[in-house]
Design a protein around this ligand. Sequence first.
Ligand SMILES: [Zn+2]
Length: 136
Amino acid sequence: MWAYWQSVPAHWREIPARYRLEGGRCMDCGYIMLPKEDICPVCGSKNIETVILPRKGKVLNYTVVWNALRGYEYYTPYVLAIIELEDGSRIMAQLTDISPSEAKKGMEVEMVLRKTKVSGESGIIAYSYKFRPVIR
Ligand SMILES: [Zn+2]
């Protein structure tokens, strides 16, 4: 698996950001972005610092996806949720380890790294963050 990632430079570069939820915060207007960008999309500032977003949050709202984008069919139906992280920032992500009927607003969730898609003929497997119910 390690070698797989190394053979895909663009994806490889994104791994730290995806795994650690490494984003950016605009030092001028406070906007938080994921992944980190060079220029703030809100105010145009280049004064961006790196922030590690919290790995836990709660589901604000969600939808069940029945007709997935190409490459994601394997997971249908799946739950796509807007999650408010512990610092108040919001992120859209797939919920995992639950069936759609188990999803609830207000549900506490935590980030995990999971397979997201398999790309066509190349068979390249992409990994990214998903959120699962907090295990107590
Ligand atoms: Zn800004």
